[in-house]
Design a protein around this ligand. Sequence first.
Ligand code: DHE
Length: 559
Amino acid sequence: MHIKGVMGALALAALPLAMSNVWAASAPEMTADEKAKAKQIYFERCAGCHGVLRKGATGKNLEPEWEKTLADGTKLEGGTLKLGTDRLEKIIAYGTEGGMVNYDDILSKDEINLMARYIQNTPDVPPEFSLKDMKDSWKLLVPVSERPKKQMNKVNLKNVFAITLRDAGKLALVDGDTHQIWKVLDTGYAVHISRLSASGRYVYTVGRDGLTTIIDMWYEEPKTVATVRLGSDARSVDTSKFKGYEDKYLIGGTYWPPQYSIMDGETLEPIKVVSTRGQTVDGEYHPEPRVASIVASHIKPEWVVNVKETGQILLVDYTDLKNLKTTTIESAKFLHDGGWDASKRYFMVAANASNKVAAVDTQTGKLAALVDTAKIPHPGRGANFVHPQFGPVWTTGHLGADVVSVISTASDEAKYAKYKSHNWKVVQELKMPGAGNLFVKTHPKSTHLWADAPMNPEREVAESVYVFDMKDLSKAPTRLDVAKDSGLPESKAIRRATHPEYNEAGDEVWISLWGGKTDQSAIVIYDDKTLKLKKVITDPSIVTPTGKFNVFNTMHDVY
Ligand code: DHE
């Protein structure tokens, strides 16, 4: 199943150079057909963690041969050739304690053998993608002048949910007031996130394959009005939200090529492409610094662009695209996902392989702190609340630890001055039943903090969500068995309960029950106050639902 991409971290042998043997092996031969098939599998399952050039990030380096020198001068070397086909097959099939998950339930024996051979060969370098390539891919399906001048439907747009139907390559727009599926639209493959225009009229999606779409919700039924390709591997997109720039620009980030692109916000016409290749925070050149999360500031005409491999956070000023001004802030490797603190002055981003969260002060354009956390923080966008003992806090779950970390923030300093000494520290760790959390969520009107654990190997844990009572955080969380509550018959594959998302009013929480491609999946809705089941949305069109984005909460970064 696709989720395996998240933790694909091969534990490859590393030996001090003095002890090593001369490389004896040569890469196994492969036919052109085998290579083409392996390349596709690598893109779908492996590249997210190991990188296109296989230099490693969340996952280990997968080059045939590599050497590196540690800070103390020790030289190390390793590589897939050293491990050989048999050992690699075992690692791919059964995983490792280092975080690589097993693929024996996804890939056939032949495919595992194919991949074991493929990664001993030199990585293929995919083509670059220029501004001209983007322009050639751009399709303006409906010019702005031909679009509705006012909303042509009666749907409460602010409470619509944009739901990724991952393996179907589609997006469902669901009416949050009636719980009815409003429209299912074609998108790129495995849309990673949806973002909203500042006006709340347009939904933007970005597929893993780089295809970006803009959907106009003012029609009687939502309609895709333009598409463009950003590159061959993408994860992030956001709009310009600052006053005077509403709906003006869109920015998209790509894993391959490593760059970000700026487009017209209403037509997606490509305007500018900026490479992120360059030096890491350790001073080494990196050829593949992928663009991870991107968010739009509410307090300045800027985007925060987080570059994974370099650990550099870019504040990109969009007031003058011809003379682009960028502030580059050093933080830590490898930057991944994150969200705003309650004041929307500080952006909190996970440097997951360093077990740190970087807090960027977007007002001063400087790093406020690097906070040490438990293993592999994975916040999604995180969750903000006022802690009874520590004041304003932002929380993150962890892929690699059985806790949710509560971090004190400097939000609204005048009001919360007495908590200053706690700022930028983990003030509490809330115990989860195991590791494997991906997302946490709360809402200003709620007293609950929701956490999922879809990557946990235990079915019981992965199919449930956990709800903490923020009035008394010493209590264990309440477990809600989402798979059972869905009423769907038991399935062979684990159906992962993931990505809690509030409705506009902040009184319902929507959970994706993410089954295999051929299983029936569901969206399971709970009453936030009583934690009772409210509604289950199942429909043959609900295929592999993952991320859900409520229009109002996404527009205003409510979490
Ligand atoms: Fe995600 C956010 C990258 C695997 C679902 N994911 C993000 C972001 C990045 C990212 C950079 C932040 C985007 C932003 O805010 O601009 N994700 C990656 C990967 O590189 C990784 C580890 C492996 C891969 O090959 O993609 C990965 N992600 C997954 C999944 O397997 C998930 C569970 C299902 C899927 O669609 O593939 C998944 N990622 C999500 C979701 C968000 C996300 C739902 C948005 C969270 C939010 O609330 O903002």
